[in-house]
Ligand binder design. Structure first.
Ligand SMILES: [Cu+2]
Length: 226
């Protein structure tokens, strides 16, 4: 995102060039102004004050939620329930954007175990002292056969078009990301967290669909409703 300060600086440079050009003719002054503005843009593309980390596009916007995980006794919004598999200090970030009738959610992780798959999903409730606090997977169409203590395992409901699955594989530094685009937006209900699971992939077969093993870590992420 172009910061207001940066835009202002570009405007100043253009104004100075126009002034220096004086009455020497509109066209040359205009040409100088645009090339000066261009070089100013180039110089500030590595602006250390930029809020957009290198490698991310301006369209990303700020994360919906982010945090370094800590054990439950010291965590507020970012929890690890298994520091052997999600080390304390690992960083989780969640982004969410709506375009028309589709929602795109991205999970970025840093500091997990290297070269490992982790299943992950958006869950219905906020994180808490234990992994159970986050409740079931968020479903757009809720499985009528599911309920407390009885997770949805029907592939008609527990699938990556009706839920938000963010399974990822880390690189050799333990970093990774996943992006899911689903054909719905949040109306009266929205997810409230993202959970990272022990399984390397989310199961899809009937009776097991949506299963992904123990809950390793949780980031509270208050997705907005419409
Ligand atoms: Cu999950």
């Amino acid at each position: 995102m172009v910061s207001g300060r940066r835009r202002w600086r570009v405007t100043l440079v253009a104004a100075v060039v126009v002034l220096a050009g004086g009455c020497g003719g509109g066209a040359p002054a205009g040409g100088s102004a645009s090339s000066a503005a261009g070089s100013s843009e180039d110089a500030s593309s590595v602006d250390p004050d930029s809020t957009v980390p290198a490698g991310e596009s301006a369209a990303d916007g700020p994360p919906l939620a982010e945090g370094a995980v800590a054990p439950p006794e010291r965590a507020a919004d970012a929890f690890t329930y298994n520091p052997a598999l999600v080390p304390e200090g690992a960083y989780l970030e969640v982004y969410s954007t709506v375009e028309g009738t589709a929602t795109t959610v991205r999970l970025e992780v840093e500091g997990l175990l290297p070269d490992r798959g982790y299943a992950a999903h958006a869950h219905a409730s906020a994180c808490g002292p234990s992994g159970d606090a986050a409740g079931p997977h968020f479903q757009n169409r809720q499985d009528p056969a599911a309920g407390p203590g009885k997770p949805s395992t029907d592939p008609a409901f527990a699938n990556p078009q009706n839920e938000i699955w963010l399974d990822l594989t880390t690189d050799s530094d333990g970093n990774g990301e996943a992006t899911a685009t689903v054909p719905f937006t949040f109306t009266d209900r929205a997810p409230a967290s993202v959970i990272v699971h022990e399984a390397m992939m989310t199961a899809t077969e009937p009776g097991k669909a949506g299963s992904a093993g123990a809950r390793l870590a949780c980031l509270t992420a208050p997705f907005p409703t419409a």
